[in-house]
Design a protein around this ligand. Structure first.
Ligand SMILES: *Cc1c(COP(=O)(O)O)cnc(C)c1O
Length: 408
């Protein structure tokens, strides 16, 4: 077979069909083949078949009842940019393929880094990679071999320590889920990891400790974007003295995955420590990843469309959503609130029932669970600006919390 011009690589009507299906959700409910098809179905039929699987069988993160996870719905401008990006398939590793994308990344990083007191940095696929990169730079610039973090730190810290051969010292947390400063060992030769917005409870470690260790990395995967809100920025005061900071843009900057930033206070020193030369590269490869997408263009579009104010308004709104849920739970005598939400995460449990059974009884996607000190709690994460908090409160209050397995 000779292929002269291959329509599979062109702009065609199929893209309109994809958009139609996204809106109508009326594809073909056919089953997927069990084995790799010998001859292709063609793009149009593939769209029809897959629409019922891909579009129907996923949580609707922008639904009025969605309050379960750190995964936000994404604004449509990001879908448009993702389409452009996929069609161009630029690689940040090769500036020749991505002259504008490379500029866009520098631009976005330069816009955001000052909010964190950082000189600059780069995009990566998530804060898991961002944390790994921060600890790698800590190890290879100042020579730390011990990392100190609280038991509420994200699992990516333990993962990074294992990969990098660093010793991890885990400290207890206080009653608000923050690293217990009373338990701190000598920090002179250590890397201290502080979390700004822990994954389970949204707690912020004492950021006045930033700078007390040989290296301080702040994992601001969740709450970092609050720096763009004048109303809430001060919650993260102290972060500007960190040596490195990780922020996930696919959480509270409403980006599609995989989008995150890792930033450094001394950018030149950091980049020198994580630059790798390859004979085929025009410029050294900086960081843990090799090929990288033009995710910066997607965030650039969002920031252009919304401005800082647009980001702040949405985060401020989500902070109010979490507060009003906490108010409602406090008013009811049927729930125990773990504590007031610090960064829009509510943790609570019904009295007289297990949290797991309670969350199960609610519509899917409304709440999640977390485990604290071996006990299960219900968890509501305000990442969805379209959530109807009154609807969520009504559902929670209307749910019969009685756990059949506990009945005598
Ligand atoms: C989500 C999260 C991470 C991991 O980030 P990814 O972007 O999922 O890789 C790290 N730390 C904290 C506190 C998080 O909430």
């Amino acid at each position: 077979m000779t292929i002269k011009s291959d329509d599979s690589f062109a702009v065609t009507d199929g893209l309109n069909r994809a958009l139609e299906l996204l809106v109508s959700r009326r594809g073909d409910a056919a089953q997927l083949p069990h084995t790799l098809p010998e001859s292709g179905l063609g793009e149009m039929q593939t769209l029809d078949i897959l629409s019922r699987h891909v579009l129907d069988q996923a949580a609707q993160l922008g639904a009025a009842s969605s309050l379960a996870h750190m995964d936000p719905p994404t604004p449509w401008i990001t879908w448009a940019m993702t389409l452009w990006n996929a069609s161009l398939n630029q690689n940040i590793l090769h500036e020749m393929t991505s002259p504008f994308a490379t500029q866009a990344e520098t631009l976005v990083v330069n816009w955001l880094a000052p909010y964190f007191g950082m000189q600059g940095g780069h995009f990566c696929a998530g804060s898991t990679i961002g944390n790994l990169t921060g600890l790698l730079v800590a190890r290879d610039t100042v020579g730390v071999n011990t990392v100190i973090a609280s038991q509420a730190a994200h699992l990516s810290i333990a993962k990074a320590c294992r990969i990098l051969g660093l010793k991890l010292v885990v400290l207890p947390v206080d009653e608000r889920g923050r690293l217990d400063r009373e338990q701190l060992p000598n920090l002179d030769d250590a890397c201290l990891v502080l979390t700004a917005g822990t994954t389970a409870t949204g707690s912020i470690d004492p950021l006045d400790l930033v700078g007390a260790a040989k290296w301080t990395h702040v994992d601001a995967a969740w709450a970092g974007p609050l720096r763009l809100s004048p109303a809430h920025s001060a919650k993260l005061d102290g972060i500007e003295k960190a040596d490195s900071v990780a922020v996930s843009a696919h959480k509270w900057l409403f980006q599609p995955k995989d989008s995150a930033l890792v930033m450094f206070r001394d950018l030149a020193a950091a980049n020198a420590a994580i630059s790798f030369d390859g004979g085929y590269l025009a410029k050294p490869n900086v960081g843990v990843q090799g090929s990288r997408s033009a995710a910066a263009i997607v965030l650039l579009a969002t920031l252009l469309a919304w401005g800082r104010e647009g980001v702040a308004q949405r985060l401020d709104h989500l902070m109010r959503v979490a507060d009003s849920l906490a108010d409602a739970l406090e008013k009811s005598d049927r729930f125990e609130l773990w504590g007031r939400p610090e960064t829009a995460i509510n943790v609570f449990r019904p009295l007289g029932s297990t949290a797991a059974a309670f969350v199960q009884a609610l519509p899917a996607g409304m709440l999640s669970t977390c485990v604290l000190d071996g006990e299960i709690w219900a968890r509501a994460v305000a990442a969805n600006p379209s959530v109807d908090v009154n609807l969520v409160v009504e559902s929670i209050l209307a749910t019969n919390c009685e756990d059949p397995s506990q009945r005598v």
